[in-house]
Design a protein around this ligand. Structure first.
Ligand code: HEM
Ligand code: NAG
Ligand code: NAG
Ligand code: NAG
Ligand code: NAG
Length: 486
């Protein structure tokens, strides 16, 4: 026996029992009562099945099969980690309410790679609270009334002014134009006609392609191109910051913009790097989601002529009384009168589910309804699941805005049931900071499109798909008739 063989044998006789004891201890420690489910392939687990594209008005085949087999809480292996998937509204609420205590936000590395390590979707603890305060202030009711509402109407009319009678175009493209122009204006005071805004928009589209693509950082992949676009966009924002700081040193107060960038520069103690990621993440969060929501409303409404009729009555009534009062621009009071519109907005969010699921991680061992969720495991609250659950929403596949009209006291029980199970904007300490802004945007856009146009969907096969961001792969072509010409 050579010396090295001897050494190996010697080592094994020592280490093997240790390993066995160690495994035994781990076994004992991990005698969790895990939910049912299977872990799938090594490393990738069931990720491909989970991310397989499916129609946005369903929960997808993967989820259906898993819920049928295992129930609404199951274990799996997703995004390279063991995970608990929850399609249970009560558990989802529990997860979101206990954010920072039992669970924390945990998006995959590829997300923070592209959105930035200081993105609002990624940061935790004090820095998150600090940034969230900024975002909430930026989109407070007071600012929605004083700044956003007027600009939203202006940006809506700007986009609609290019809709020629009888023309056909991508409604998704137009919705993106609207939400991008609005956010670019409110965040950095960029004007829509401007050359540099168009440049930024082009970079931004490339950036978005990468966010929604596989995170393969190889030359030429969308992810790789998006990382480059990210840098270009950050340089752009940085230039803007420098301009502002130079100007404030020169003391030109009268030129100061009332936008987010100025506010952050003046009132926050964030580093430049943090400001850049914050601005980028607000541009991302504020543009992508609400443009999809508006596209979904444009997609759902033609299938429900009665809803179009009722919307038109509501908005014509508002327009009439404004004319009588000699007002032109929409006011907050007008918005408050858009009652049926609010039902349409809720119904669009319920059926379309712009955000399907969230990424969390257990930071303690958690016990829920007899199941254990081990510390360190990924937890995925599927917030869309209850929205499409027939035991909560009667005939969930149907676009039915009137289901939100239960003002009747006798039905108040069902109301709480609906509201407890409706969470398109998440919940808890990370509830969407742009919730009211997004609803207002949808209402203002609907106001003008419903008063001025009839539209039909051009391609009957152009449906919203979960990729896992909701999108219309063909762009949602519509043909519009201007009501002034009918
Ligand atoms: C229909 C449109 C929208 C939907 C469905 C939506 C949905 C959501 C959801 C589900 C979250 C929670 C993410 C999580 O918990 O991990 C979120 C967070 C957030 N959203 Fe929205 N959102 C929309 C529009 C907007 C708009 C217009 C803005 C404006 C900038 C915005 C800004 C944010 C921000 C800043 C956060 C992070 C909040 C935090 O972490 O404290 N969202 N959104
Ligand atoms: C619009 O298109 C319809 C047929 O699709 C046609 O009959 C009508 O003349 C067109 N109107 C205008 C103003 O182009
Ligand atoms: C920054 O400001 C926030 C309040 O706006 C405060 O809570 C935090 O401690 C400050 N951070 C630093 C490093 O000064
Ligand atoms: C729409 O949903 C929200 C919950 O996000 C709820 O508070 C509101 O009452 C609903 N609106 C209507 C008209 O039912
Ligand atoms: C509540 O909803 C359930 C099923 O969705 C229905 O059977 C019941 O009649 C409703 N109750 C009231 C008071 O409307």
């Amino acid at each position: 026996m050579s010396y090295s063989q001897y050494l190996i044998l010697y080592f094994l006789s020592f280490i093997l029992p240790l390993i066995i004891i160690f495994i035994f201890i781990i076994r004992k420690k991990t005698r969790y009562n895990l939910p049912p489910g299977k872990m799938g392939w090594p490393f990738i687990g069931e990720t491909f099945g989970y991310l397989k594209p499916y129609s946005a008005i369903t929960i997808g085949e993967f989820m259906e099969n898993h819920i049928a087999r295992y129930g609404t809480i199951y274990k799996s292996k997703l995004f390279g980690e063991p995970a608990i998937v929850s399609a249970d509204a009560e558990l989802n609420r529990f997860i979101l309410q206990n954010d920072g205590k039992l669970f924390e936000c945990s998006y995959p590395k590829s997300m923070s790679g592209i959105l930035g390590e200081w993105s609002m979707l990624v940061v935790l603890g004090d820095i998150h609270r600090n940034m969230r305060n900024i975002a909430v202030n930026f989109m407070s009711y007071a600012r929605l009334k004083s700044h956003f509402l007027q600009d939203m109407e202006k940006q809506t009319l700007f986009v609609l002014s290019s809709w020629k009678h009888n023309s056909t175009f991508s409604a998704q493209g137009e919705a993106k134009k609207f939400t991008f122009n609005l956010m670019a204006k409110q965040i950095m005071s960029l004007d829509p006609e401007n050359h540099e805004t168009e440049q930024l928009k082009k970079e931004y589209l490339c950036f978005m392609d990468g966010v929604v693509s596989a995170p393969l950082n190889l030359p030429g992949t969308p992810y790789n191109k998006a990382l480059k676009s990210r840098n270009t966009i950050l340089k752009f924002i940085e230039r803007k910051m420098e301009e502002r700081m130079k100007r404030s040193q020169e003391g030109k107060k009268e030129l100061e913009e009332n936008d987010l960038l100025n506010w952050v520069l003046k009132h926050s103690n964030l580093s430049n790097e943090q400001i850049l990621d914050l601005i980028l993440s607000l541009l991302f969060a504020g543009h992508e989601t609400s443009s999809v929501a508006i596209s979904l409303a444009i997609y759902f409404l033609p299938s429900c002529p009665r809803a179009i009729q009722q919307l038109r009555e509501e908005h014509r009534e508002i327009a009439r009384s404004k004319k009588k009062a000699g007002e032109v621009e929409l006011t907050w009071d007008d918005y408050k009168r858009m009652e049926f519109t609010r039902c349409v907005v809720n119904e669009t969010l319920r059926l379309g589910n712009v955000v399907r699921f969230l990424h969390r991680k257990a930071i303690k061992d958690v016990r829920y309804k007899g199941y254990d969720i081990p510390c360190g495991w990924k937890v995925l609250p599927v917030i869309s699941a209850s929205h499409l659950d027939p035991s909560i929403f009667d005939q969930p596949q149907q676009f039915n805005p009137w289901r939100w009209q239960v003002q009747d006291k006798s039905k108040s029980e069902n109301c709480t049931n609906i509201n407890n199970n409706f969470m398109p904007f998440g919940g808890g300490p990370r509830l969407c900071a742009g919730m009211e802004l997004a609803k207002l945007e949808m209402a203002i856009f609907i106001h003008h499109i419903i008063l001025n146009y009839n539209w039909e969907l051009v391609d009957v096969n152009d449906h919203p798909v979960v990729l896992p961001f909701v999108e219309f792969p063909k762009g949602l072509s519509i043909k519009v008739q201007s009501l002034a010409n009918v």
